[in-house]
Design a protein around this ligand. Structure first.
Ligand SMILES: [Zn+2]
Length: 195
């Protein structure tokens, strides 16, 4: 049944070559070697601080939550694989979902297509929105970042400091949680609240 209309007006159909694009306005700190994070000898400071959201939880419109769930379910039905994408909005409220191909084509991990990411970053900028979160699905495990998810988030934390949303399809009803990941650890975990 499904019962949803599955409107995917926000696909990112064109894929151009290119790598991860650093966010504008952010300059990675100089003089802080990447390897410093493993030594624990960086004076306890993060390469950049966790985002300050004034205690506000990350929120999402019910429509976009449904779109994200539909994308994850559709990908599992078609290929058995994890789905992934971007979530964007303003003031902590997600109002747009952008599907991005999973280049890994795997049921246990994902690699966002770099051209798809670039395209979505441009759309988000043009619409005056903020890239608030990355999402991906777990087809048969809980809504919690895997070791690989945590490692990947850590490797790109200088470029993206938002939330990681994990959607689990292990039960009949999909469920989503949002995480802040820094320096190899999950710092924060929130239920994703639809409005
Ligand atoms: Zn994962």
């Amino acid at each position: 049944m499904g019962g949803t209309t599955g409107t995917y007006s926000l696909r990112c159909p064109a894929y151009i070559g290119g790598g991860l694009e650093p966010r504008t306005g952010y300059q990675p700190p100089s003089g802080l070697p990447h390897s410093a994070k493993a030594s624990g000898a960086v004076g306890g400071s993060f390469p950049r601080p966790p985002p300050q959201r004034n205690g506000e939880m990350l929120r999402i419109t019910a429509k976009v939550l449904e779109e994200m769930f539909d994308h994850c379910k559709e990908e599992r039905e078609k290929t058995g694989n994890e789905a992934c994408g971007y979530l964007a909005g303003k003031n902590g409220l997600i109002t747009r979902a952008f599907q991005i191909p999973n280049d890994a084509q795997s049921p246990t991990f994902y690699e966002m297509n770099s051209g798809g990411q670039l395209k979505c970053q441009k759309e988000i900028r043009l619409e005056g929105l903020e890239h608030l979160a990355n999402y991906h699905s777990h087809v048969a495990t809980q809504a919690y970042p895997s070791k690989r998810d945590i490692d990947n988030a850590t490797q790109t934390q200088e470029y993206f400091d938002g939330y990681y949303v994990v959607v689990t399809l292990e039960n009949s009803m999909p469920q989503a949680k949002a995480f802040i990941i820094r320096d190899g650890s999950v710092l924060q975990e929130e239920d994703l609240i639809p409005e």
